[in-house]
Design a protein around this ligand. Structure first.
Ligand SMILES: Cc1cc2nc3c(=O)[nH]c(=O)nc-3n(C[C@H](O)[C@H](O)[C@H](O)COP(=O)(O)OP(=O)(O)OC[C@H]3O[C@@H](n4cnc5c(N)ncnc54)[C@H](O)[C@@H]3O)c2cc1C
Length: 422
């Protein structure tokens, strides 16, 4: 269904994936009168539309849904909240007026070139996959080498199989899910090859997508050469030693016609950069305060554009919050300024948000650098939380209650993950 595109809104949301749709609902709940969601694809729903497997919504709905089912619930809810959702429309720039008004430039199949003004913007552009160029695999440049998400789109939405005999480099969740998907479509998946000594996907995906289908996961192994002229004819793989250096004496050849790459995701922040928003070098997403507001007042960010999530349920929770704060901002309500900087310490790759304020409850998202078990999260001297294990593939989420911060005097709070002696 095509929504209206008026000249002025309280909140404009860039991207109509699960983050964008939830942010719109949150903005309405935060008091925004008029909200617009803009998405470049023919339908809202984002990456979920190609994720036809089940497993979505286990946390949020306590139900197992497919990606399109999960997206549909939020689209219908957004429409019930009287949000205008406009697909086939690309946000190509955002300008700022001296009075804080934002001007969103949209190139739309339906409405042509438009400028929409608004009080607050929520950035929900998601992320894109790293490609072969990012890791510079030596060899020829045949067809048959593609990212796992693109293979998912071909298979699930367009009805094309990417190949017949498939190898997968990287053990990210999309690669694991595609390993199972392609076996179900009659392909042979010869193995998943992972540089690290542990999987980069969720444990449940390793079990349900590889172990249950007898697909070997080769840890501490990488692809050392791509072979073939017009079409991929095979790859060479080798185990890696210290410093991830391939041990060429153990290199072996694997016959395959397809290589899927599942080697990481990059938040799509070109728009954020053009706005001069400060980015975090680790997450590659915006630096945000405790209301998920970026360094530019009135511009908020959530979902995969902020940091790469493994579960859409957490995207939803984060986006509802970002939307609510954007809705409040559009009504002139500003929360107290943050007075505490949150910094990653031992075995913490990143933590979000980047700052906190006393007097509020805070939800913290973070990832570890290395697997550790059992261990403890130590938040300055205000809080400790025991965990049976942490792994880089699984996001860690916990809350800091207002009373924990009540007597905190400093301006910097450090988070560490340390082992617990057995
Ligand atoms: C291939 C893949 C498989 C996944 N599988 C699972 C899974 O099995 N289970 C699970 O829980 N999670 C899964 N995830 C994670 C989950 O889908 C994501 O966390 C979630 O989709 C992120 O939501 P988002 O709205 O931030 O981004 P997206 O879903 O990527 O949505 C971003 C939207 O923004 C639009 N957009 C971007 N730039 C612009 C612009 N300039 N103008 C207009 N529109 C724009 C895009 O078209 C897109 O629709 C998967 C993710 C990927 C990439």
């Amino acid at each position: 269904m095509l929504g209206r595109m008026e000249g002025r809104y309280d909140v404009v949301i860039v991207g109509g994936g699960p983050a964008g749709l939830a942010a719109a609902i949150g903005a309405r709940e935060g008091g925004a009168g008029r909200c617009l969601v803009i998405d470049r694809e023919p339908e809202a729903g984002g990456i979920l539309l190609q994720c036809i497997h089940s497993g979505f919504g286990l946390h949020y709905f306590k139900q197992e849904l497919t990606g399109p089912e999960y997206a549909e619930r939020f689209l219908l809810d957004a429409l019930e909240h009287d949000v205008d959702v406009v697909p086939d429309s690309y946000v190509c720039g955002i300008g700022l007026d001296s009075d804080g008004e934002k001007r969103v430039r949209v190139l739309s199949d339906h409405y042509g070139l438009r400028t929409v003004s608004c009080r607050a913007v929520v950035l929900c552009m998601g992320c894109r996959e790293r490609t072969r160029g990012a890791i510079r695999i030596p060899g020829t440049r045949p067809s048959g080498v593609l990212t796992a998400g693109l293979a998912q789109k071909f298979t699930n939405m367009m009805g094309y199989l990417p190949g017949r005999r498939v190898a997968i480099l990287g053990s990210g969740d999309i690669g694991l899910i595609m390993a199972r998907r392609l076996v179900l479509e009659g392909c042979e998946v010869v193995g998943v090859f992972e540089l690290m000594p542990y999987s980069n996907g969720l444990t449940r995906n390793v079990v349900q997508c590889l172990d249950d289908f007898g697909i070997p996961l080769n840890l501490s192994t990488t692809v050392t050469e791509i072979m073939g002229q017009d079409r991929l004819s095979g790859i060479k793989v080798a185990p890696v030693g210290p410093g991830f250096k391939p041990d060429m004496s153990s290199e072996r050849t694997i016959d395959c016609d397809t290589l899927l790459l599942s080697i990481g995701l990059i938040p799509e922040n070109e728009l954020s950069q053009s706005l001069g928003i400060s980015l975090d070098v680790t997450t590659k997403g915006p630096i945000v305060n405790s209301t998920l507001e970026t360094s530019l007042p009135g511009v908020f960010a959530c979902g995969n554009v902020l940091h790469v999530h493994d579960l859409v349920d957490f995207v939803t929770g984060e986006a509802l919050r970002a939307g609510r704060h954007a809705g409040e901002y559009s009504r002139g309500i500003r929360r107290a300024q943050d007075n505490i900087k949150l910094v990653p310490g031992d075995n913490v790759r990143y933590c979000l948000p980047h700052s906190l304020s006393t007097g509020h409850e805070h939800q913290i998202f973070m990832r570890c650098k290395e697997p550790m078990k059992p261990c403890e999260i130590i938040v300055g001297d205000i809080m400790r939380k025991r965990l049976s294990f942490v792994v880089p593939a699984e996001m860690i989420m916990f809350r800091i209650k207002p009373d924990a911060l009540e007597h905190f005097q400093g301006d910097t709070l450090r988070i560490d993950i340390r082992p617990i002696e057995k």
